[in-house]
Ligand binder design. Sequence first.
Ligand code: GDP
Length: 424
Amino acid sequence: MVRAIVGANWGDEGKGKITDMLGEKSDIIIRFQGGSNAGHTIINDYGKFALHLLPSGVFYEHTTCIIGNGVALNIPYLQREIDEIVSQGVPKPNILVSDRAQILMPYHILFDEYEEERLGGKAFGSTKSGIAPFYSDKYAKIGFQVSELFDEDTLVEKVDRICEQKNIMLEHMYHKPTIDPKELLETLHEYRDIVAPYVCDVAVYLRKAIEENKTILLEGQLGTLKDPDFGIYPMVTSSSTLAAYGAIGAGIAPYEIKDIITVVKAYSSAVGAGEFVSEIFGDEADELRRRGGDGGEFGATTGRPRRMGWFDAVASRYGVKMQGATEVALTCLDVLGYLDEIPVCVGYEVDGEVTKDFPVTAKLKKAKPVYEKLPGWKCDVRGITKYEDLPENCRNYIEFIEKELDTPVKMVSNGPGRHEIIYR
Ligand code: GDP
């Protein structure tokens, strides 16, 4: 049985917590896209962790955690992250890396930096983890696949060919130091030695696991609004964030994905540039940011303060529907307990007309939020374990959102901890 856990919005919805929680009853957890550019914050019995590349299932001894072929694999980063959690007392996780995953190269990170530098004020607000240059190279067919590390002749030929091309860019476009092919080859040999113990034909492994009825989780990074096709292009990420891509990025048949748990936050937050219709500013935003998430809404990778906003039903319904959500996990409900009334964005006004459908970016730029205000519940809902025990206004807020999303909210998260969850 395969379940996907994905985000409906700009990311940071709390997918890590939900994956960590569902990991307890799962056999295999797979990352299928993205790289170390976004983080999941997880609080469990071992402490507090910010994972960037490892799947959120690494805290259980019974799970196998997989880096799928769709991921941008930063090999030294992988090693560092494994070492870090082990040094904090977590038993060494069982990790597999797809032999078809491609390698995020040191020059991808440099090109990411140089390009943002070149763009100046027009930069994308990249996390400079090399993700866009990585995926560009993958689809330009000049990426390095993990399997190629074990084929010396291919490697040598490819290193020379790629350095030639990259060095023209480095020298003439960015005016930066060039890459020495010998050094690059040595780096790749180091990468080979680090990754060798984990390499696996993941598609075969998963086919067998599915036949054996194992429970498999596909863990998404970011959310619908950062998808290159369906997000706020061009302020998106460079790999698909949709559950459908989980089939490709992990190497399974699409019809095997039975459940698509889409994580939605009870308010909005976003990092990086891009359209954000229900964004709020000033003191109102500062207060929500300070109270949000676990100890404030600041990026898990970059530490950047997140942009804040009210719940956006237009973006979230679109986000949920594009994921193909079978259910919603609504997180961070506890954060809103301080408000007298809670604005919810229920429509966008574009050119004098109100729409409930999330538009393309050019129209989105003109959209103004239409708010409906719901009464707050003015108390702390942490520690509550039964839905009926939530204050009436809180239940009304959840049920209002559920109706707007047109999808059942089956889990409500009322705190960052692993067990702070209410099932409906
Ligand atoms: P992800 O990338 O989707 O996993 O999201 P992040 O980990 O970047 O951000 C979610 C933040 O919210 C983290 O700091 C979590 O610890 C925290 N969090 C998750 N669920 C809840 C919740 O129900 N209540 C509160 N207060 N914090 C939560």
